[in-house]
Structures are given as structure tokens and as C-alpha cells.
Design a protein around this ligand. Structure first.
Ligand code: FAD
Length: 388
């Protein structure tokens, strides 16, 4: 992809500068390509899927072992971003996984660890109670610990990626919604309310709006409403980042997850102990009409869970927010070319509530797919062909 220099002509246009789009802009610009990132809101904002202070990152992947090579690269790329900017985005808090013995997710965590030599510890009931007295778990629950897991700060990650994209020459336009795009011989034209832009390649990273930007995928994507809470525990100190890890508990077909309390001086708000329900997802919704007001029943489900599994974890609710997942039928991502357009249009969507940790590598993959026609990673399991 030779560098384009005519006004409003670019090597690549990225629709949606949220999580994945920020990283794609960064990698393309760093590789020397002219790139335009178009974002309908601001960098960053609370209306999509990336807001809320923290995201878990873990490597012994329970969703499928095949993600681990991408995760290894993601860890490297986050460290490279930290080195390049002198800012910390990854905080190694460790992570615990709890669930009934022979739970498929926990079994896959162990398989990933064995296959890729990732340190994990299987804790006895007694070891677990000594190390993590905050949890109250049923007898017979399996207790796993991944010491190298931790959390990322999503807003800071995106700001740094966009800052570095700009530094390397990217053009980023905010509050400019793409209303239409067309493929033609030699590239694409992308139209917003004010302007039409031309590029050789298009990357679609529109998150919960992907159904509108790529309607051919609408049947494969479901948007869900995901409430989350920050609460005041009975004992603040027991849940701070020095003493308490990230966690995931699988119980009776429901997966709750959460974070330690992060210091406001370093992370800003919201204040408190954060948690959410991952599975089953919330109600199906639409990004333009989603009910962003937290409901009594959203709060009740989280409090009941805390009272059962973290008895010191709940005193009062400090803050609640609503975020969105974009789910595929198998909850694996889509990273592929739209087949109608050869190698000219790349799409990354359907991150199904577990995509943020991959942002640093998905941007690199998208940049490579747009500029070289492929990626060095095995992405078959993320292809659109699997739905055929
Ligand atoms: C509550 C919650 C908790 C999560 N926890 C974790 C976790 O612990 N670990 C983890 O790895 N992942 C987690 N995730 C998932 C992760 O945050 C998402 O997978 C990821 O942020 C999705 O990135 P995205 O780029 O697809 O979407 P976004 O970051 O939302 O970006 C899409 C962007 O496209 C823009 N856009 C859309 N249409 C247009 C248009 N027409 N014109 C211009 N711009 C447009 C949007 O405004 C938006 O900025 C969580 C998600 C939620 C909601």
C-alpha cells in the first residue's frame, strides 16, 4: 500500500475510533500509511463498549486455547505501548477463577496453561481461604489462580493509541458519523454528513453499530445491554488492589466477574469495588435506543451475588452504568475481509464481551490485513466462513 497524498485521499479509512479502531489507526500510521479514523462521538466516550475504568486481561484463555498466540502478542504490544509513551496501562493484580469442578471454562483455562506454558495455580480450599479470605465459596468448587493476569485501563489505552497515531501522522476526525460507504474499483468512498473521503482500503471497527455499517452481518450480531456496578464494601482495605485480585465466578450457568478497588488518584472514578454479570448476557438492545438508566433489578442481581460469594463485599451502591456487548452466535470474534470486496474491506466485530485485552494485537492484525492482504496469525476460527 503506497502512501496516498491527495486531499481527502488515504491509504486506509477506519470507521469507528473506539477500542479496535484506535489500535488499527495506531498500527497503520506507525507503519507509514496515511490513515483517516472517523469517530461519531469523542475519543473516548461512554456510549459504546469501552468505558468504565478497567478491563480484565488474562492469558490462560477459558474461551478457547486457540486465542493464546494472539494474547501473547497482545501482552507484548501493551508493554511496547507503555514503553513508547511512558504510561502504565497494565496492572498485574493476578486473577482467580472459581467454578464447579469439570466446568468446561475452567478446564479450558487449564488446557491453555498446559499447552502454552502459562503459570496457573490450583488452590486447595484451605490455601484459597488463607490467600483470598474475601470469597465464600461452596465446597467442591475448583479454585484456579493466574498470577500474570490483571487489568487494563481502557480509556487510557485508547487515548494513548490515538495520541501515538496522531504523532505518527494519522488524521482523526471526531463527531463525524459515517452515513454511507461504497466499494469501487481501486478502493472505497466513505461519506459523512459533511464530506466524502476516498481510500484504497476500509477497516470497519464500529462496535455495537457494526450491524448498521455492515448490514450484511446484521443477522450474525446481537447487541446486549450490560449493567455494571461500583459498590462500597464493608471493609474497603480488604478489597484494594494490593490485597484483592480480578476474579471470575461461574455458578449455575451465570458468570460474574469483578476487579479490585483501584486508587482514585491513579485511575479517577468511579469509586469502589466493580463487578458485573457476563453470562448470560443482558437483554437484546440497539445502540441508538439502549436504556442507559440502571434498573432496580440490575442492582438487585449484583447485590445478591455479592452477599452470597463476597459477604464483606457489599455495604452500599456507589455507581451504576450500562455498557453494550456485540455478540456473535458462538461468542468468538469476527476478524475477516467482507467477501464481496476481495481484500479491500476488513471488519473486526462481535467481540462478545471479551475483546478489550486483544485491542493491542487486533489493531496490528487489521493493519497487516489492510496493507499486506493477510496476517501472520491463524485467524480461521474468527473468519466469517464459520457461519456459512
Ligand atoms: C461492561 C463490559 C465489560 C467488559 N469487560 C471486559 C473485560 O474485562 N476484558 C475484556 O477483554 N473485554 C471486556 N469487555 C469487552 C470489550 O470492552 C469490547 O469487546 C471492546 O471494547 C469492543 O471494542 P470495539 O472497538 O468493537 O467497540 P467500541 O470500543 O465501542 O468502538 C466502536 C466505535 O465505533 C464508533 N462508531 C460506530 N459507528 C460509527 C459510524 N457510523 N461513524 C463513526 N463512528 C462510528 C463508535 O462510536 C465507537 O467509538 C467488556 C465490555 C463491556 C461492555
Amino acid at each position: 500500500m503506497a502512501n496516498s497524498s491527495k486531499k481527502n485521499h488515504y491509504d486506509a479509512i477506519v470507521i469507528g475510533v473506539g477500542s479496535m479502531g484506535a489500535s488499527a489507526c495506531y498500527h497503520l500510521a506507525k507503519q507509514g500509511h496515511s490513515v483517516l479514523g472517523l469517530e461519531q462521538f469523542d475519543i473516548t466516550h461512554e456510549l459504546g463498549s469501552h468505558a468504565g475504568q478497567s478491563r480484565i486481561i488474562r492469558k490462560a484463555y477459558g474461551e478457547a486455547t486457540v486465542y493464546v498466540p494472539l494474547l501473547q502478542r497482545a501482552y507484548e504490544n501493551w508493554a511496547a505501548l507503555e514503553a513508547e509513551t511512558g504510561s502504565q496501562v497494565f496492572f498485574k493484580t493476578g486473577m482467580v477463577y472459581f467454578g464447579t469442578a469439570n466446568n468446561p471454562f475452567l478446564q479450558t483455562v487449564k488446557q491453555s496453561a498446559t499447552q502454552y506454558d502459562i503459570p496457573i495455580n490450583q488452590l486447595s480450599d484451605q490455601e484459597c481461604t488463607q490467600k483470598y479470605p474475601q470469597f465464600q465459596l461452596p465446597n467442591g468448587f475448583e479454585r484456579l489462580e493466574e498470577p500474570d493476569a490483571g487489568l487494563l485501563t481502557p480509556e487510557r489505552c485508547i487515548l494513548l493509541l490515538v495520541q501515538q497515531a496522531l504523532y505518527h501522522g494519522a488524521t482523526i476526525k471526531t463527531k463525524e458519523k459515517v452515513v454511507r460507504w461504497e466499494h469501487h474499483s481501486g478502493g472505497v468512498s466513505v461519506t459523512t454528513a459533511t464530506t466524502t473521503y476516498i481510500a484504497k482500503k476500509l477497516i470497519i471497527t464500529a462496535g455495537a453499530w457494526a450491524r448498521q455499517v455492515a448490514p450484511q452481518l446484521a443477522q450474525k450480531l446481537t447487541i446486549t445491554r450490560q449493567p455494571l456496578a461500583w459498590v462500597q464494601p464493608k471493609n474497603w482495605e480488604a478489597f484494594d488492589m494490593k490485597r484483592f485480585p480480578c476474579w471470575l465466578i461461574r455458578n449455575n450457568g451465570r458468570d460474574f466477574y469483578g476487579f479490585p478497588i483501584v486508587p482514585a488518584g491513579q485511575f479517577g472514578g468511579p469509586l469502589g469495588l466493580k463487578l458485573g454479570l457476563h453470562h448470560p448476557g443482558g437483554e437484546t438492545t440497539d445502540p441508538d435506543t439502549v436504556d442507559r438508566t440502571p434498573r432496580v433489578e440490575d442492582e438487585k442481581a449484583l447485590i445478591e451475588f455479592l452477599n452470597e460469594f463476597l459477604p464483606e463485599g457489599y455495604q452500599s451502591t456507589l455507581s451504576m452504568k450500562v455498557c453494550m456487548y456485540t455478540k456473535t452466535p458462538d461468542e468468538h470474534f469476527v476478524v475477516d475481509y467482507l467477501p464481496e470486496y476481495g481484500n479491500d474491506v476488513v471488519i473486526a466485530t462481535g467481540f462478545s464481551g471479551h475483546g478489550f485485552k486483544f485491542v493491542s494485537v487486533i489493531g496490528e492484525v487489521l493493519a497487516d490485513m489492510a496493507s499486506t492482504g493477510g496476517s501472520s496469525f491463524d485467524l480461521d476460527f474468527l473468519s466469517l466462513r464459520r457461519f456459512a
